[in-house]
Design a protein around this ligand. Structure first.
Ligand code: ADP
Length: 485
């Protein structure tokens, strides 16, 4: 069963229950009120007729009773609609009420009802008004004994019966209208539910459509169409699109990576193979060729080893966020250590450091990773320096970040290449960089690491004048003490 039909049925059922309950409560309270009015009408009639008949001095006969009742009618015209008489007249005029008078022995003397309508006689010692049920229909029967005012002698009984015709008319009509409205409400709410769900759930259809197309072909560029609404489903559609983009980018990156790696490995493997073949053919006995070829092959295997290590570093750099979440490092200390090491390894270079940090500054980064980033940047600065062999390091801090600068005055990077140098295996001059031992992975490793720690790396450069790499890392506002803990 589709979600739309379920929704429609759910709303219809909900409306049915609520409306049925409401109607039941209203119906009950309305009809019980009507019944009370009928009861008090019977009561008033009883009292009124009893007063009339009790005033009579003689024995009650049909003629006598008729006179007295008519006098009662007349009285209602003359006196200012006294409450007691009004009940009799009203009751008789709508012929809901019938009055029957019996003599003390239970013989019927007088009745306003047809013979079939009058109720069976019952003796009573006091006034009673009760609800009686016959053939699934209710009626109200009131009984009262009549005592002569003067002698206080029992002269008969009065019985007033209300057939509740008006009450049943109103109740039946009410029931019919309620049923009709109930059916209409159920149909309308079901339809409304269906139409609403059709519009509200349309994005799900579109997501469903996109999912099935992507399932058939993961490289399909189909996306969930833009929804002009602002709710959870449109968020879901957008998130789903983003997820698809990311997934496809990931697939592309993976295949690109495999392609790049095999491409990178092809050259050293070809070089080693060339040397081996040469040795195999005629180099075995020539010590000069032998030593040259072995040297070259060893250089290439070293290069492959570095490449494999760098690829491993790159892949690990993707997971720093998960594996090194709580690491802390004193940035100044690491920068100074790298600065001292480089000064020692490259005595032909002039290294300077401009440290603006007044106090120990702790960044949320694993120590070895910060060191690795600095080594990559300083290595590059050394590698791509030309005549001016100067490298300038700087350390400064803003409210939330610490900024490390690595500046050289070498060949620089042109505007076109500035974004690309952070890509994997990208080298501005492939042959030259290869000669210097570069695989084009250093900057991409550095960038991944920095971004993994929610930092940023920026590059300012001008071809021929040098480059400045600026690393920004978020700092923790804690004292050094926490480092030792
Ligand atoms: P590589 O191992 O080749 O140095 P990197 O990812 O570290 O790889 O750098 C990518 C490319 O960016 C390098 O091949 C080089 O062309 C360029 N590059 C990096 N750093 C500098 C620099 N300081 N000055 C000039 N060019 C640079």
């Amino acid at each position: 069963m589709s979600l739309k039909v379920k929704w429609a049925l759910g709303t219809a059922l909900g409306a049915l229950l609520i409306f049925a309950l409401l109607t039941f409560v209203l119906f009950q309270s309305f009809t019980s009120d009507l019944l009370k009015r009928e009861q008090s009408s019977v009561n008033r009639s009883l009292v009124s007729v009893e007063k009339r008949l009790a005033s009579s001095d003689s024995k009650l006969t049909n003629k006598h009773v008729q006179q007295l009742i008519r006098a009662s009618d007349g009285l209602a015209d003359r006196t200012e609609k006294s409450n007691t008489t009004e009940g009799v007249i009203n009751g008789l005029s709508v012929s809901d009420l019938s009055i029957t008078v019996y003599d003390p022995s239970g013989q019927q003397i007088f009745t306003t009802a047809g013979s079939n309508k009058s109720r069976t006689f019952q003796k009573t010692s006091k006034k009673t008004v009760s609800l009686v049920k016959t053939n699934s229909r209710k009626s109200i029967v009131g009984r009262i004994p009549v005592y002569q005012n003067k002698t206080n002698k029992l002269t008969g009984y009065i019985q007033v019966t209300s057939s509740l015709r008006g009450y049943y008319q109103v109740a039946d009509r009410l029931l019919m209208i309620s049923m009709l409205v109930l059916v209409l409400v159920v149909i309308a709410s079901g339809l409304l539910g269906y139409v609403l769900s059709y519009f509200l759930l349309r994005p799900i259809d579109e997501i469903h459509d996109t999912v099935s197309r992507i399932r058939d072909d993961p490289t399909d560029n189909h996306r969930v169409p833009k929804m002009h609404r602002n709710d959870e489903l449109s968020d879901l559609g957008n998130m789903f699109n983003e997820m698809l983009d990311r997934m496809q980018r990931y697939i592309e990156q993976q295949s690109q990576f495999v392609e790049d790696v095999s491409h990178e490995l092809r050259t050293p493997v070809a070089i080693i193979q060339g040397h081996m073949e040469m040795l195999n053919r005629w180099g075995k006995d020539d010590p000069k060729i032998l030593s040259e070829s072995l040297d070259a092959s060893l250089k290439e295997t070293k290069r492959m080893q570095d490449l494999v290590q760098e690829m491993l570093d790159l892949s690990r750099a993707e997971q720093v966020e998960i594996n090194f979440r709580d690491e802390k490092t004193d940035v100044g200390e690491v920068v100074h250590q790298v600065y001292n090491n480089f000064k020692m390894i490259h005595p032909d270079f002039v290294f300077t450091i401009d440290d603006d940090l007044k106090e120990p500054t702790i960044a949320k980064i694993y120590r070895d990773h910060l060191e690795q980033i600095l080594i990559i940047l300083c290595d590059n600065a050394v590698k791509y320096s030309t005549t001016r062999k100067e490298i300038h390091l700087s350390l400064s801090r803003t409210l939330n970040n610490v900024e490390i600068g690595v500046q050289d005055f070498g060949e620089g990077i042109s505007q076109d290449n500035m974004d690309k140098v952070f890509n994997r295996f990208y080298r501005v001059d492939k042959a030259r960089s290869r000669k210097k031992g570069g695989n084009g992975l250093g900057l991409s490793i550095a960038k991944r690491l920095i971004e993994g720690y929610h930092g940023d790396i920026a590059l300012e450069s001008s071809a021929g004048y040098g480059s400045l790499f600026k690393v920004t890392l978020p700092v923790i506002k804690e004292d050094v003490q926490s480092l030792d803990d």
